[in-house]
Design a protein around this ligand. Structure first.
Ligand SMILES: Nc1ncnc2c1ncn2[C@@H]1O[C@H](COP(=O)(O)OP(=O)(O)OP(=O)(O)O)[C@@H](O)[C@H]1O
Length: 486
């Protein structure tokens, strides 16, 4: 039993590559982001739905419930579009957070101290007592500009009289929300997005809907004082909570500052102590499970493919292949199932460079002739060696001839038709029977000639002839005529 486990462990260590470790690390980071986001996301119900669907898929895959697996795979595109539509704003938020790295780092630009908490709690307590409606937004790590409209910008240090004067019902700016960044009031009279989840408002009206609406879309903390009831509520992470006492508000504010802003501890220590560590551990464990479930494959799998054979550099080596050369070989490859899954068979090709080919030489298919990915190897080939009948071409110089068609108009007589050069060097198989005596151009139509002229004409190249790469297939033809004397 112990021996068996040691064997399995050994097998595992041999099979694991550095790329696999990086694979697991990347997936862990990805899962960490997703889990962190899920924890704060407003759409938990739908998330539970998706996770259940995924769990069902994994279960179906491992218990070989083909129909269920097929159905979920078939609906994958539809599910994906559904997810994007349902979580549009959440996904945008996630990418924004990744973009400004706010998932990992706390906000260091907005200092705070207990004074800020005391000012807020004292001012809020007073306003609750006097039944003065108020809406205070405490910015988190995320940018909230996109969600906030209107209002009046302000650069003021928070104070109790300032808050009271803003929310004074007789003051013109009391409608709307005050936006706080650390200890600074940066805007007042601001308009927040309204929540549509009326069931979460527990009797509150638009002020409470505005608080919840913002908390659904970002990580800000919103404090609401009800004008009607004199109650204090807070909205955060997509929930609205009515508070029992001002002391409770103090605790929540302190916790909010600690999680959102930098404290004296190093970020690593506070991250280590926060519940993010649990999320990180869960991400790594999940990534390892996924890796074992989907990627790890210790068994070797063999697959056979028909692969095209390509003969390169025939031109530069002046070779022609003769009929019945092999154009396809059957290759049996070995590797893990995972490697085959990521492998694009249509790219596979056996390729021979014939630059230094000598006549009669056998071409042997080895791994060096096949563009195999590094995680697959060549196990068997059929045929292993290829007999190619090729002939080297020889250079000949042959004259150029210009055929004509029709006759010149009656008033003209022909003096000469001359190509710009008399002959051309061509390549042909070394056999006099195959080399034409002259190289023809397209015919010149004499009936369309009005005067002496020069026309470009294409050469007509027979199949068994090859022009050197640098030679143009077009040449100029000079036609000289003169008017007939009456
Ligand atoms: N979108 C919004 N953004 C910011 N403030 C808003 C928004 N909508 C309404 N308010 C504020 O809420 C006030 C109206 O509150 P309303 O009585 O309708 O809601 P409520 O939740 O019942 O509040 P209260 O308990 O204080 O009466 C407005 O005068 C305005 O100050």
């Amino acid at each position: 039993m112990i021996r068996n486990s040691i064997d399995i462990l050994q097998d595992f260590l041999i099979n694991v590559r550095i790329a696999d470790v990086v694979d697991v690390a990347l997936i862990s980071v990805f899962l960490y982001l997703i889990l962190n986001w899920l924890r704060q996301s407003a759409s938990r119900q739908s998330i539970i739905g998706i996770v259940s669907l995924f769990a069902l898929y994994v279960m179906a895959r491992f218990s070989e419930m083909y129909l269920t697996e097929l159905l979920i795979e078939g609906l994958f595109a539809v599910i994906l579009i559904g997810i994007v539509v349902v979580f549009q704003s959440d996904i945008r938020r996630l990418f924004e957070r990744i973009g400004n790295w706010s998932i990992f780092w706390k906000n260091s630009h907005a200092p705070f101290d207990n004074r800020t908490t005391n000012i807020i709690t004292e001012a809020v307590a007073k306003m609750a007592e006097n039944k003065t409606g108020a809406l205070l937004v405490l910015k988190g790590k995320e940018n909230i500009d996109r969600h906030i409209h209107g209002g009046i910008p302000l650069e003021g240090k928070i104070s109790i009289p300032l808050l009271h004067s803003i929310f004074n019902p007789k003051a013109p700016g009391h409608d709307g929300a005050v936006i706080l960044e650390g200890e600074r009031i940066i805007r007042f009279g601001a308009h927040l997005p309204l929540s549509t989840k009326l069931e979460k408002l527990s009797g509150g009206g638009t002020r409470h809907a505005a608080a919840l609406g913002l908390a659904e879309q970002c990580d800000a903390l919103v404090v609401v004082v009800s004008e009607e009831r004199g109650s204090i509520s807070i909205a955060r992470d997509g929930t609205l909570q009515r508070l029992e006492s001002v002391n409770q508000l103090k605790g929540i504010l302190n916790e909010f500052w600690e999680t959102r802003y930098e404290t004296k501890e190093s970020p690593l220590t506070s991250w280590w102590q926060s519940r993010d560590l649990r999320t990180a551990a869960a991400s790594v464990i999940l990534a390892v499970i996924f890796w074992f479930a989907f990627a790890y494959q210790s068994e070797t799998v063999y697959r056979t493919f028909s692969v095209p054979i390509e003969y390169r550099n025939l031109q530069s080596s002046n070779l022609v292949l003769q009929d019945s050369i092999p154009l396809e070989a059957r290759l049996t490859l070995s590797g893990s199932d995972q490697a085959f899954r990521l492998f694009d068979q249509s790219q596979l090709v056996v390729s021979f460079n014939l630059t230094n080919y000598s006549r009669g030489e056998e071409l042997v298919i080895t791994e060096s002739n096949v563009n195999l990915p590094s995680d697959l190897s060549l196990y068997e080939v059929s045929p292993r060696s290829l007999k190619v009948r090729a002939q080297r071409l020889k250079e000949y110089t042959i004259p150029i001839e210009i055929p004509t068609r029709g006759t010149l108009p009656g008033r003209l007589s022909l003096i000469s038709i001359k190509p710009e050069r008399d002959s051309m060097n061509v390549f042909a198989v070394d056999s006099t029977r195959q080399v034409p005596r002259s190289l023809l151009t397209e015919p010149v139509d004499l009936s369309s000639i009005e005067a002496s002229t020069e026309l470009p004409r294409n050469l007509v190249i027979p199949e068994n002839i090859r022009l050197p790469d640098t030679t143009s297939r077009q040449i100029g033809v000079a036609i000289k005529v003169k008017a007939k004397e009456n």
